[in-house]
Ligand binder design. Structure first.
Ligand code: NAD
Length: 420
């Protein structure tokens, strides 16, 4: 089993493993094996010095049988077609697993955001939105934040898209995007939703397997939206952050690292490097950190043959999408390490995005208590189903999660058929 498949090959093998187990109808399997639409745009943007640069952007619409295409927009230098196709497919499985009436999509621009001024990023976001045109829409395809994007970019997308409608129709299109700022139609709790969902999922596992978050030592890779919120919520629950790695380096402290203070440092300096209350450690030492829980929350495939054998954690909670290679997952399983899969663990983001979309549609504003309570209910329900399915099929949680998602999609297609 190759360790470094391209990401869509990896996602396809995960799909086939789930499809075999669920005995997916060949017609459904054929439909789901590739995205429905692959949109690639090359769009010019004026840089601050006056010259024009061409950027490549993607929007991959994997499936919309259960509802509008849904998925984040990533700004990263490594964005490529295979990556976005895999991420889009994972969104379809995620929505189906959680029982959310959305399909799956993903988008991205090949760009290094930190190399650009705010004004350039604004023009890139707006020009990308303009290039996508009617390929997105509030009942058709709804972007959200992902790596390198956040509420600011979502508001720019919203504003650009809305501006293309006449004044009477404009406000109804605000829900073309989720993960917006609170002032511009966002939902309470969307900023921390993915981290919050990860913690609920872990809590549900703890209840079933008999472990407690309180007192748990953990390490996090990536201290952006997902990593930092997960760390702060785990700390509130009594867990201790002992090591962090991001694109600037690795830090560790057996005494514990204060997650909110580190989040402030990252906001000010752009990374964990130079944080005063923890020592600098090597990347190898980071992966070998003595802890019970490891949370990958950065890029894909970081838990690979090169790093997996170093891990001492008993639980890997996938905050990132696709952080564990197939080979590493198989070795971790052999060593008795529980890998809680991305399509379950990090689905708090899309779940609260759904809440935001519903609020916009109904002109409602929910408070944080309601958002958290509803998210908890959905995360617990999905996690318990995965645990039960995993036990009854005697398979790892990822395959069980795929079985639940694919069985649902199978039933939907069987009832509808394909026209003509
Ligand atoms: P982000 O841009 O806020 O943060 C990304 C983090 O990854 C940063 O800390 C960055 O330093 C780190 N990073 C980047 N390259 C790295 C490298 N080579 N080595 C180590 N660290 C590196 O992104 P995010 O929104 O937190 O997304 C992180 C992951 O979570 C992605 O896989 C994303 O698809 C997934 N995810 C995000 C959401 C969401 O709501 N934002 C929801 C579900 C899943």
């Amino acid at each position: 089993m190759a360790d470094k498949l391209n990401l869509f090959e990896m996602a396809s093998l995960q799909f086939e493993a789930g499809a075999d187990l669920v005995k997916l109808d060949p017609m459904v399997s054929t439909i789901l094996s590739e995205p429905q639409n692959e949109i690639i745009v090359n769009f010019p943007v004026q840089m601050d010095d006056g010259h024009y640069r061409l950027f490549k952007g993607y929007r991959i619409q994997h499936n919309n049988v259960n509802g509008p295409y849904k998925g984040g927009i990533r700004f990263n230098a490594a964005v490529n077609l295979s990556e976005v196709k895999a991420l889009a497919a994972w969104m379809t499985w995620k929505s189906a697993l959680m029982g959310i009436p959305f399909g799956g999509a993903k988008g991205g621009v090949t760009i290094t955001p930190r190399d650009h001024s705010d004004a350039e990023l604004c023009r890139v976001t707006r020009r990308f939105t303009h290039a996508l045109g009617n390929n997105i829409g509030p009942e058709f395809d709804i972007p959200a934040p992902d790596m390198g994007t956040g509420p600011r970019e979502m508001v720019w997308i919203m504003d650009t898209y809305m501006s293309t409608f006449n004044a009477h129709d404009r406000l109804a299109t605000r829900r073309v995007v989720t993960g917006k700022s609170l002032l511009n139609g966002g939902s309470a709790g969307r900023d921390k939703a993915t981290g919050q969902g990860l913690v609920y999922c872990l809590e549900a596992y703890g209840e079933k397997l008999g472990f407690s978050i309180d007192g748990m030592k953990f390490a996090v890779q990536g201290f952006g939206n997902v990593g930092s919120h997960t760390a702060m919520i785990l700390q509130e629950r009594g867990a201790k952050l002992v090591a962090v790695n991001d694109h600037t380096g690795s830090i560790g402290s057996d005494e514990g690292i204060d997650a909110p203070d580190l989040a402030r440092h990252v906001l000010e300096t752009g990374g964990v490097k130079g944080y005063k209350d923890a020592g600098e450690i090597t990347k190898e030492a980071f992966f070998a950190t003595n802890c019970e829980l490891f949370v990958p929350a950065a890029m894909e495939c970081t838990v690979s043959s090169e790093t997996e054998h170093l891990l001492k954690a008993k639980y890997v909670l996938e905050g990132a999408n696709g952080p564990t290679t197939l080979k590493a997952e198989s070795s971790l399983r052999d060593r008795g390490v529980l890998v809680i899969p991305d399509i379950l663990a990090n689905s708090g983001g899309v779940t609260v995005s759904y809440f935001e979309w519903v609020q916009n549609k109904n002109s409602e504003v929910w408070d944080l208590e309601r958002v958290d309570a509803d998210l908890r209910k959905i995360m617990f329900r999905a996690t318990n189903r995965v645990i039960e399915e995993s036990a009854s099929l005697n398979c790892e949680p990822r395959r069980a999660a795929m079985v639940i998602a694919l069985a649902r999609l199978d039933r939907v297609y069987k009832e509808r058929g394909i026209f003509p």
